[in-house]
Design a protein around this ligand. Sequence first.
Ligand code: NOJ
Ligand code: CA
Length: 591
Amino acid sequence: MTQLTKRASMALAAMLLATGLLGAPQLFAQTHAVATTATQNAEPWWKHAVIYEVYPRSFQDTNNDGIGDLNGITQHLDYLKVLGVDAIWLTPIYPSPQVDFGYDISNYEAVDPQYGTMKDFDHLVAEAKKRNIRIIMDLVLNHTSDKSPWFIESRSSKTNPKRNWYMWHDGTAPGPGHPPNNWQSDFGHSAWEYDAKTGQYYYHKFYIQQPDLNWNNPQVRKAMYGVERFWINRGVDGFRLDAITTLFEDPKMRDDLPVLDANGKQKINEFGDPQLNDTMTNNLPEVHDVLRELRKVSDSYKGRNVVLIGETYLNNIGDLKKMYGANDDELNLPMDMQIGFINKLDVGLFRQRINEAQTEIDGNLPLIVFDNHDNERWDRYGDGTHNQDIGRVLATILFATRDTAMMYYGDEIAMVTTPPTRKEDVKDPVGITGWPKNKGRDGERTPMQWNDGPNAGFTGPNVKPWLPIPPSYKQSNVKTEVADFDSMLNWYKELITLRRDNPAIKDGKNIMLNTSDNNVLSWLRQAPGQPAVVVACNFTAQPQKVSFDLSSQGITSKQAKTLMKTPGSSDPASLDSVNLPPFGVYIGQVQ
Ligand code: NOJ
Ligand code: CA
C-alpha cells in the first residue's frame, strides 16, 4: 500500500468504527494476530506498550450529571483500540471527598458512586480485556483523605490504635502557629496542620485534607499491600504509584534548605512562600524498601506481568536508574520526566536526555511522558504559529524512540491547555491558593472533545460539564480529525502502528545522529537483521537540510523509503540531502 492509501484506509476504518458502520471483529482480526506473536516472544506486555492516561471525570459522561464515568470509558474502548492503546491508566476512581479530585481517598477498595459501581468497573475490565487492553489503577500510598476512617480514628485521641498510622508531632511551642519545622506543602504554605483536639500537628505533603501516612508503621504497609492484592485479584494489570518518592521524611525532622537566587537572596515561590528544596521530605532511601515489597506482591502473581509504574519526578538519570532496583526488583517503569518536561525545544538537551535514558539505566526500558493531568498540555512547547507541527515533533519523539510511551487523553487530537480566566471559576484548589500566578490544573483537565456538536459530545446538550468545553473543540475533535488525513489524530495512529509493526522502531537500538547539529534532532533505530530507520525532527521555524553518514553504524546505502513525513513535504532523493520544513519530521527506512 502506498503511504497515502494506507493512511486513508486507517482513517476510514476509524471513521466507520466511530459511526458504528464497521463491526469491531473485522478490525480486531489483525490485532489478535499481533497479540499471538507477542505471547510467543514472551515479552511482558508493558514493554513498548502505549499507555493512555484517562482522567475519568473528563472522558465521557453517560448519565448526564456533567461528570465523566466508568461507563463512558467502556463506551470508547473501540476508539482506543483503533488508536493502538495497550493499557489505560485511570486516575483515582475510589470514594473520595474530591478535594484533590480523587487523590484524597476515603476507601481504597470501592468505587466512587460519581463514577459508577463496582459492577461497572468489572464490566470495564472485562470489555477492555476482550480488546487486549489492560487497566492500570492509580495507587495513592503517601496519604489518604482526612475523611478516611483510618484518619478519623487517628485524630480521635493520642492513644487511638491508629494514631501512629499518620505523622503526628508536637509543635515547637504549645498551640497553633508553632509547627514542628519549616516543611512546606507542595500545594502552598506549611505542611503541618494543627489539630486542636489533641494539641498536635499532622503532616501533609499535599492538601490539608490529605494527611500523610506513616510508612514506618508495619500496619500501614500491610494494609496497602492488601489493597494492591485486592485490585490485582479484580483483574487490573498494573498500578501507577502516586507521589511515590514522598513516602518518607527525615526522621530527625531537620528543616528543608532555602533556595537562593544568583544574588544569594531567598527565592519566593508562586504561593508567596519561601522556596525550599525538599531534600528532607522527598526521595529518601527508605522508599526503595517499600518499592521492593510492592514488587514482591505484584511478582507473586506469576504469569500476570502486573506492571508497577512510578510517578518519579527526579533530577538526574542516576536517581531514575535506582528506581528500577539494583536487581530489577523495584519499579518496572519509573516515569522519565527528564525528557518530556524539558519544556523548551532545545535540541542539545533533548539529545542528551534521550541518550542518557537509552544508555544509563542498565538497559531498562524508559517510560517517556510528555503530558499528564498536573501540567500544562503539550502546547506549552508551541510558538503560536507552528503548534500543530511542533505537536508532531513531540509525538515523534514519544513514539519513535525506544521506550514505553505514556500519553494523556486528548493529546492525539491536539487538545490545548485552556485555563480558567476568572478566579471564581477555578475548581482545582491549587489554582485558588496560587491565583493569579498559578491558575491550577483545570486547564489540562477539560472534557474530551469527541465531536463538534453541543458540549463536544462529552455530555448531554443541556448539561453543564464540570469544567467548560474549550472553544478549540470546533476544530480539534475526534469526529473531524478521523476524516482528515493530515490531522494530529492520524499522525498519532500512524506512529503507533509503525512502532508496533516495524521491528527497528519497536525495539531497535536508539543511536543519536548528527550530534553537533543545533537545529535538527536525529536518531537511528537499528535491530539485528532488520532495515534501519532514520528519524529527523526540525526544532526550528526555518527549513533545514540534513545529511546522514551512517557508515560508522555499518550502513553505506544512501537510499531510504519514506515511512512518515510532515504533510506536504517531499521525499528525499538521498540521505545526503533531507529537506525538512519548519518543525518538520522525516522517518525513513534505509534500503
Ligand atoms: C500527584 C497527582 O498526579 C496529583 O494530581 C495529586 O494532586 C498529587 N500527586 C497528590 O496526590
Ligand atoms: Ca456522569
